[in-house]
Design a protein around this ligand. Structure first.
Ligand code: S3P
Length: 224
């Protein structure tokens, strides 16, 4: 596929400014069928040689987007929460209940370091609190490209309401808890290489937006 074809799939929305030098997230799509995504993804996947790490709040779509993005790139997909559960042989809710959040955070840091070291080409979805840890953020900045999937609070509340297995949302009003966590975490999420709006459109739209943002990042790195 000629590389110029990628740009044809995306068009910047008129009048919407990008929020920072590396930050692109506003694309109107001209094609986001599975075929389009796989075609663009295969081309981008061949040009990238670092893990792509998805960060963002609970309910921002990291696992769904990550899985679909990995398929488009033809890369393996890893989910840090699943890896923690696999290593511990129990659920995250049980880990919180039995050994507490601090021990969970410690195993989260260890698992992320291990997964990052496993292979260069992988899409890795993190739990919502992982990027806040300085040690994990530093490793990710050094070894990977990070993408903050950002969605507004009403969307996060709605999506997280579909499951009741997130320990941090069990004791209190989810809207209040998510708002507080989002406010505290936003400055660290802003350190990601890219921010992509994951609140609007279909899964295919978000994945296409993510591919578009990645293309911009690759072009920027290539020009440096
Ligand atoms: C957490 C998010 C969860 C999970 C744990 C803590 C957080 O992952 O890691 O319950 O601190 O935001 P998801 O973001 O995948 O729900």
């Amino acid at each position: 596929m000629p590389q110029g074809r990628i740009a044809v799939l995306y068009r910047e929305r008129e009048g919407v400014s990008t929020p920072g030098p590396n930050k692109v997230g506003f694309f109107n799509l001209q094609g986001n069928s599975a075929e389009d995504l796989n075609e663009v993804g295969a081309c981008l996947g061949a040009r990238l040689d670092r893990p792509i790490v998805l960060v963002g709040m609970m309910g921002s779509g990291k696992t769904s987007v990550g899985r679909r993005l990995a398929r488009a790139l033809d890369w393996p997909f890893q989910d840090a929460d699943w890896a923690i559960e696999h290593a511990a042989g129990t659920t995250i809710a049980n880990i919180f209940a039995e050994i507490g959040e601090e021990a969970f955070r410690q195993s989260e840091r260890q698992v992320i370091a291990r997964l990052l070291g496993e292979q260069a080409r992988q899409v890795l979805a993190l739990g919502g609190g992982s990027f806040v840890a300085d040690e994990s953020r530093r490793l990710i900045c050094e070894q990977a490209f990070s993408i903050w999937l950002a969605a507004d609070i009403e969307i996060l509340v709605k999506r997280t309401g579909r499951r009741d297995d997130r320990p941090l949302l069990r004791d209190g009003d989810p809207h209040e808890i998510l708002s507080r966590l989002l406010a505290v975490r936003t400055p660290t999420y802003e350190e990601a290489d890219l921010v992509v709006d994951s609140g609007a459109g279909s899964l295919g739209d978000v994945v296409a937006r993510t591919l578009g943002a990645l293309e911009t990042l690759i072009d920027k790195k290539a020009g440096q």
